[in-house]
Design a protein around this ligand. Structure first.
Ligand SMILES: Nc1ncnc2c1ncn2[C@@H]1O[C@H](COP(=O)(O)OP(=O)(O)OP(=O)(O)O)[C@@H](O)[C@H]1O
Length: 457
């Protein structure tokens, strides 16, 4: 039997999906074969307020397609945050914001599944600002991220939204945001947490669990728990057990709203089932999937060459333990040396990898963010979440290990939601690796163009 699902692209275009493929917990905002059917559009919020929600009810439509971000958030997010949002340049919603915000404002747990660079961070931050009360002296929202770098970036966006709008004399207290990240000064944070708890905490798993286990930090006042790059954290052997404890032992899903976000949720039906079974979320958790048939942004142009790169972010593989033991130099350093000596352009050549200390990592990112040209040689540490909107080129100097890793690396470019600038992802491969690239092409539904290099006479 066929059910009808909402199309994110047009308010009166509907999409036919196979009933077997959908579930009451999953809305797939995919632009498939459009049927020219006109339906009356009920507001999604009204539909969601009923206890039993079917795909067909959800399919009745959002009618949100022409709304601005302000209109979507009105009555939920405080006026001063809306003003900051607009001052920052966020006026129109991206697809995930348009589709997920009404669901989130209806208090439902949610899995935000949308392309890289599609604005998931602002989506969950707007939910947080709709719920927290700056007058209360308690941590009310926690955002868990996999790396220090992503944590710093999310903290910055949260602080921008929490700040006082221009030309206003706001009297009341504003939300405070604390970054509790690996490599930070935990001792100072401990006293701050006790003396004046921040409203929002952005944390890496290690630092957060350390404070929870020492009873310095409690989750009892937390109303929203966001896990960003959730598939990465569940896949990380170092972090998965802490994550499970955080979701099911340290606090109960009934006392909070839980939000998961990522551009890749492999086996999402299985994940949804586990969320309910393991009580990581409430049983009416919703999987909001935008652009399911196009996992990568359409502004990306994929190429592969067998020559050295020119600009952008150049991804290299992490050095293996075997190669370390053999005393070999990692390919990252070799590449940086090579580019520093041979590259004739004006861009700075920079390095970012796990083995660097936190200060050097911060210095590299700071330099990149200062603008001007850059060639950032990085391991997959920069592949998740890092937002460098000026990046126009991504190079896979070493092919990523999986299609999911390709998706996240590629997503470091094409990060200006309303721009039609063409960005490029170039994979440098040997002929033996062509079949791997073709596997990624099939899985992620893109096509790489082969570049033939001109040989000089
Ligand atoms: N409504 C909006 N209007 C304009 N720009 C936006 C809007 N929402 C987000 N952006 C911008 O889009 C870029 C990508 O957003 P964000 O970092 O949240 O992506 P993401 O979905 O988390 O990607 P990833 O999966 O790679 O982490 C950022 O530069 C952000 O400022």
């Amino acid at each position: 039997m066929a059910a009808i699902a909402i199309s994110a692209a047009h308010p009166i275009l509907v999409t036919r999906v196979n009933h077997k493929l959908s579930s009451p917990n999953s809305i797939d905002f995919t632009n498939r074969a459009f049927l020219p059917v006109s339906i009356s559009l009920k507001p999604l919020r009204a539909v969601l307020s009923s206890s039993a929600v079917s795909t067909e009810e959800l399919a009745a439509g959002t009618g949100n397609n022409s709304l601005t971000l302000r209109e979507l958030c009105q009555g939920h997010v405080p006026e001063h945050v809306l003003r900051r949002m607009e001052e920052t340049g966020y006026v129109l919603p991206t697809d995930i914001q348009r589709e997920a915000l009404p669901v989130l404002f209806s208090s439902r747990d949610c899995i935000l599944h949308a392309q890289t660079g599609s604005g998931k961070t602002l989506t969950y931050l707007l939910l947080i600002f709709s719920l927290v009360n700056a007058q209360r002296s308690a941590v009310q929202a926690v955002i868990v991220v996999p790396t220090r770098e992503l944590g710093m970036q999310v903290t910055k966006v949260a602080r921008v939204l929490a700040a006082k709008p221009l030309d206003t004399d706001l009297e009341h207290k504003l939300c405070t945001v604390m970054a509790l990240l690996d490599g930070g000064m935990l001792r100072r944070h401990k006293s701050w947490l006790k003396a004046e708890p921040p409203t929002i905490v952005v944390a890496t798993m290690g630092s957060l669990c350390q404070l929870i286990e020492k009873h310095i930090f409690k989750l009892e006042s937390v109303q929203v728990l966001v896990i960003d790059e959730v598939d990465f954290l569940f896949n990380s052997s170092k972090q998965v057990s802490s994550l499970k404890k955080l979701l099911a032992s340290y606090s109960s899903c009934n006392n909070r709203q839980t939000v998961f976000a990522s551009a890749s949720i492999p086996q999402h039906r299985r994940f949804l089932h586990d969320c309910i079974q393991q009580k990581w979320t409430k049983s009416d958790v919703l999987h909001v999937h935008v652009n399911a048939i196009k996992p990568l942004p359409s502004c990306l142009h994929h190429r592969f060459v067998s020559d050295a790169p020119e600009s952008g972010i150049i991804f290299v593989a992490e050095q293996s333990e075997k190669s370390k033991k053999a005393g070999n130099a990692p390919s990252s350093t070799l590449l940086v040396d090579f580019l520093s000596n041979s590259y004739k352009g004006s861009s700075d050549v920079l390095l970012l990898e796990e083995d660097m200390n936190f200060n050097s990592r911060a210095a590299s990112l700071l330099e990149v963010r200062q603008g001007g040209g850059y060639l950032l040689v990085s391991t997959d540490i920069a592949a998740r979440g890092i937002d460098l909107p000026e990046t126009t080129h991504v190079y896979n100097f070493d092919l990523p290990r999986s299609a999911v890793d390709y998706l996240h690396r590629a997503g470091r470019t094409g990060r200006k939601p309303f721009s039609d600038e063409k960005c490029t992802v170039t994979s440098i491969i040997t002929s033996e690796e062509l079949f791997v690239l073709q596997r990624y092409e099939n899985e992620l539904k893109f096509k790489s163009e082969e570049l033939t290099l001109q040989t000089q006479c």
